[in-house]
Write a protein that binds this ligand. Structure first.
Ligand code: 3PG
Ligand code: MG
Length: 400
């Protein structure tokens, strides 16, 4: 990567501010997935081994002001377990108490600041606030790949005020995403799902891939653009015309664009988007042709014929990027499409990079995470990277 990393600095005897993305899912104060905490360990351990004192900082959720239910205290506790040393949880991220605690640190000490988003100035990218954060340390390390698409005070602005380098996770994410986009192996297959029609990513990947596989909610926007009846399935109206243009363009000059030929449907009443709902109850779940979705049914997953066609294509690939699930995989009857695609990606001998967010959660949950080349820790960030956008959190760091 073209940016300086922690390999290029000597942190001995220094206070190092490490911006991590510890925005982890919580149920009460129980962390249900600590992947993002474990992913930052190599950076934290390396800096500690080389004699730094660490000020670890993150956001959690999207609080509007201080909110005890979104405190980072449970995260500090888990980090302490993983590091095998005390992590002192502070009650804020700026102010005299924080300054005093940070000043008292010795090499090897770790403190965790409270949720940066308890201050509105974080998200507005306020310079004064960024300066206050920078005042806590001698060096700034950004290892928060998951938040690199945000130009917030702690993710980008504070880099102006300190020597600023990338952490090892940030470096690895950029390396893997760059590799999968730019290496010469073919065929290159992109699999896109999720609800929104990810137009920017499609337009960017169209220039690079041999096959574009579309599933999940966004498939219905394309089926509709082909003039098909999609019943009560989700439609991304805003992007209907663009979807049509993409269909015309790919038909003319490639890449090969694959859409579902069959789908698993139920009635909208059967689909409740609540974490507690794991099954469709009281409504029929059935497979229909993607050209004949009944008016009162909505699609929840790709059907068995589609899974086979997609799977065959993926197994032949030499490079795969995947972002977004194939259906509502949180509901058992709609999980099979995503599961079979995960299986195909795992079976292929392709270099495979799975975008963060839902597809990363799915591949973890389904047990295939260690059979893909790389699972990103960032959802929105990996999408914007695939789109070819410059990420503010990376751009702000010092060049090599
Ligand atoms: C994420 O989980 O996507 C990142 O932590 C960024 O969070 P945000 O979407 O609330 O900015
Ligand atoms: Mg997000």
């Amino acid at each position: 990567m073209s940016k300086r990393t922690i390999r290029d600095i000597n942190p001995r005897g220094k206070r190092v501010f490490v911006r991590v993305d510890f925005n982890v899912p919580l149920e009460g104060d129980r962390i249900t997935d600590d992947t993002r905490i474990r992913a930052a360990l190599p950076t934290l351990i390396d800096l500690l081994n080389r004699g730094a004192a660490l000020v670890v900082a993150s956001h959690l959720g999207r609080p509007k002001g201080p909110d005890p239910s979104q405190s980072l205290a449970p995260v500090a506790k888990r980090l302490s377990e993983l590091l095998g040393k005390p992590v002192k949880m502070l009650s804020d991220c700026v102010g005299p108490e924080v300054e005093a605690a940070v000043k008292a640190m010795k090499p090897g000490d770790v403190v965790m600041l409270e949720n940066l988003r308890f201050h509105a100035e974080e998200e507005t990218g306020d310079e004064g606030f960024a300066k206050q954060l920078a005042g806590l340390a001698d060096i700034y390390v950004n290892d928060a790949f998951g938040a690199a698409h945000r130009a917030h005070a702690s993710t980008a602005v504070m880099a102006k005020f300190l020597p600023s380098v990338a952490g090892l996770l940030m470096g690895k994410e950029v390396e893997m995403l760059t590799k999968v986009l730019d290496s010469p192996e073919r065929p290159f297959v992109a699999i896109l799902g999720g609800v929104k029609a990810k137009i920017g990513v499609i337009e960017s990947l169209m220039q690079k891939v041999d096959t574009l596989i579309i599933g999940g909610g966004m498939a219905y926007t394309f089926l509709k653009a082909q003039g098909k009846e999609i019943g009560a399935s989700v439609l991304d109206e805003e992007n209907s015309e663009t979807a049509q243009r993409i269909l015309e363009q790919t038909a003319k000059s490639g890449p090969k664009l694959m859409l579902p030929v069959d789908v698993v449907v139920t009635t909208p009443a059967g689909v409740k988007f609540k974490p507690s709902i794991k099954f469709v109850e009281g409504s029929p779940v059935e497979v229909v042709s993607a050209s004949a979705i009944p008016a009162d049914r909505m699609g929840g997953d790709i059907g068995p014929e589609t899974r086979k066609l997609y799977g065959d294509e993926i197994r032949k690939a030499k490079r795969v990027v995947w972002n977004g699930p194939m259906g509502i995989f949180e509901i058992a009857q709609f999980a099979e499409g995503t599961r079979e695609i995960a299986q195909a990606v795992a079976d292929s001998d392709a270099m495979s990079v799975v975008g963060g967010g839902d597809s990363a959660a799915a591949i973890e949950q389904m047990g295939f995470a260690d059979r893909v080349t790389h699972v990103c820790t960032g959802g929105g960030a990996s999408l914007e990277f695939l789109e070819g956008k410059e990420l503010p959190g990376i751009a702000a760091l010092q060049d090599k």
